[in-house]
Design a binder for this molecule. Structure first.
Ligand SMILES: Nc1ncnc2c1ncn2[C@@H]1O[C@H](COP(=O)(O)OP(=O)(O)O)[C@@H](O)[C@H]1O
Ligand SMILES: [Mg+2]
Length: 166
């Protein structure tokens, strides 16, 4: 069993999500896998844009509507999956996903909850929730939950906690 921990962060706006993504991106290693979960419009793709920046990718990822995966060159290659239209593991097997999940790059997977049993134990799980709006709250608040190995979480926790109030 890998030792996992969870960090919760409340973000105020899109810029903070980009910033969090960048901090995460800088802390990743070859072989890192990120499973992203959250409703449509939660900010998964925004977070991936930040992650890409942190990985030294020059391009800005967008939602890969017609393909399951887009690939970007950076300090470490980024494989950006969007499983919105995927309903079974079979479709992932069909594109040889394991080469990207278990290779030398970083895999960031939107709609990770669409598939079961393809993620290894060390997967970083990020859930983005739009909180129930109360009158004085802004519509751009997001509650983020980040689960990862204790070792990995430590490597960026301090930076993240300084950047945002947790
Ligand atoms: N705190 C926030 N973080 C991320 N996106 C936000 C935030 N507040 C508002 N937004 C808006 O919500 C939308 C999120 O879109 P996107 O990242 O494509 O969502 P998803 O990929 O989860 O479907 C964007 O239009 C963005 O501007
Ligand atoms: Mg998206």
């Amino acid at each position: 069993m890998v030792d996992m921990e969870t960090l919760k962060i409340r973000l105020k706006n899109t810029n903070e999500t980009l910033k969090l993504g960048e901090i995460i991106g800088k802390s990743l290693n070859p072989g890192s896998i990120i499973a992203l979960v959250g409703d449509l419009g939660a900010g998964k793709t925004v977070l991936v844009k930040g992650i890409a920046k942190g990985l030294g990718v020059d391009e800005e990822p967008n939602s890969p509507t017609f393909v399951i995966m887009n690939q970007y060159e950076g300090r470490i290659p980024l494989y950006h999956f969007d499983l919105y239209r995927v309903s079974s593991e079979e479709e992932l097997f069909g594109i040889g996903y394991d080469e990207f999940f278990f290779g030398e790059g970083v895999a960031a997977v939107e709609w990770a909850d669409r598939v079961q049993n393809v993620f290894p134990e060390h997967t970083i799980k990020i859930e983005i929730k739009i909180p129930e709006p109360s009158s004085e709250d802004s519509e751009t608040i997001r509650d983020i939950s980040i689960e990862g190995t204790s070792k990995w979480l430590l490597s960026f926790k301090n930076t993240a906690e300084q950047a945002f109030q947790t």
